[in-house]
Write a protein that binds this ligand. Structure first.
Ligand SMILES: [Fe+2]
Length: 400
């Protein structure tokens, strides 16, 4: 995305005759923001406009849960039963006009191709590996990867092993934060990851198959099915700046300081009215008087969703692997009682978590309701003269 990639065969100039065994290929310019944003040019055996049959349109409907009380929430997701495939198995936990956040534990393979027509996607792979097969070529992935899929990319998951995904879909563009890039798009020395950490498709497969293939496209709050009489991976070559890519959370280089660094230092992606951050194992603040865990903070105009991937927080009463906490706007949140004191002198944390901060309120689904523990809002409350800091051993969960 921030650099030029070329796979397969392309002509020496754009918009000129280019043939495959005498057949004139169809050139597709796939670009963002009205020919002013990033684009790639793909050369197809068939016109991508060609459709044999229009299939069904299935609306996407969120079942909303409006809680009786406005409060911090903890959702325990690890035990969710697998269902559906990598697309139909996406179960939305929360959403607003800018982003949808879903959990996916597929139990079956995709027997069709998918294209998100109106949303950029970031799929965080908590568990599992495999290949994302796309029109741009094959994109291998493994646990810890963020798979970044620009809208308009036709793909299917070919998984290896069980999968556990956290999925972000956004009608706005999802990009690398602007402050990490120079004016030419190259990642800066001070950025927490570099161009070498970004992995584009490795191998282009050109499939010459005139059988029937199903493509489902997410558009207009639903899934539209199209029947093609050719394989959608019919690209003989492409080049440009727009393509799916992976970035491993394990390649994120944490930025630490003598005293506490604020959440933007963990930022990984920029969305429209939201950010995605990675909390990675790191050395903690090194001033002798530093309090390594955060101050209490009021999310005056943002909501904070954190997904816990791995680390020492498993000893925490409220939070475990696969937990999701939601700290909504309007009320403050921060470390649990006793943890500021307990954290003094800590030198490192082994936590791994993914956070999404949105600048507008998130709505919850009934799926989230079913996972809500119902008690998290009270976890900052202590009866007078009861409880002691030592009762809560989660001093290493440094970002609450
Ligand atoms: Fe926070």
């Amino acid at each position: 995305m921030p650099f030029y990639v070329r796979l397969g065969d392309i002509p020496r100039k754009r918009h000129i005759v280019f043939r495959d065994n005498g057949r004139l290929l169809t050139e597709e310019v796939m670009g963002l923001e009205g020919f002013t944003g990033n684009e790639s040019i793909l050369y197809h055996l068939q016109s991508p406009c060609r459709v044999k049959e229009l299939g069904e349109f299935v609306p996407i409907e969120h079942e909303e849960w409006v809680p009786e009380a406005h409060a911090h929430r903890h959702l325990a997701t690890y035990g969710v039963e697998p269902s559906g495939d990598e697309i139909t198995g996406r179960r939305v936990l929360m959403w607003n006009d800018d982003v949808e956040i879903a959990l996916c534990r597929p139990s079956q393979s995709m027997d069709y191709f998918f294209r998100n027509g109106e949303h950029d996607e970031v799929v965080f792979v908590h568990e599992g590996s495999g290949t994302l097969e796309t029109t741009f070529g094959n994109l291998p992935y493994r646990d810890g990867d963020y798979i970044v899929i620009p809208r308009g990319t036709t793909y299917r998951f070919v998984p290896e092993g069980e999968q556990r995904h956290l999925v972000f879909e956004s009608p706005g563009l999802i990009t690398i934060p602007r402050r990490y890039r120079n004016e030419y798009g190259q990642l800066l020395e001070g950025a927490p990851y570099s161009n070498r950490d970004i992995h584009p498709p490795t191998e282009l497969q050109t499939i010459r198959d005139d059988g029937e293939h199903v493509v489902k496209v997410r558009v207009r709050d639903g899934y539209q099915t199209y029947i093609l009489d050719y394989h959608p991976f019919d690209v003989v070559g492409w080049d440009g700046y727009l393509f799916p890519w992976t970035f491993s959370v394990h390649d994120f280089e944490p930025i630490t300081g003598r005293i506490h660094q604020p959440p933007p230092s963990h930022q990984t992606f920029q969305g429209q009215n939201f950010v995605i951050c990675s909390f990675c194992p790191r050395k903690l603040d090194f001033d002798p008087l530093a309090i390594p865990i955060p101050y209490v903070h009021s999310n005056v105009n943002s909501e904070e969703m954190i997904y816990y991937v791995s680390g020492n927080f498993s000893s925490r009463k409220a939070v475990d692997v696969g937990s999701v906490t939601l700290h909504p706007s309007g009320i403050p949140h921060g470390p649990h009682p006793g943890l500021a004191e307990k954290s003094i002198g800590l030198t490192e944390t082994h936590e791994l978590a993914v956070m999404c901060d949105t600048f507008h309120p998130l709505r919850l689904t009934t799926f989230a309701r079913d996972l809500d523990d119902g008690t998290y809002a009270y976890s900052w409350y202590e009866e007078p003269a009861s409880g002691s800091p030592d009762e809560d051993p989660a001093g290493v969960t440094s970002h609450l």
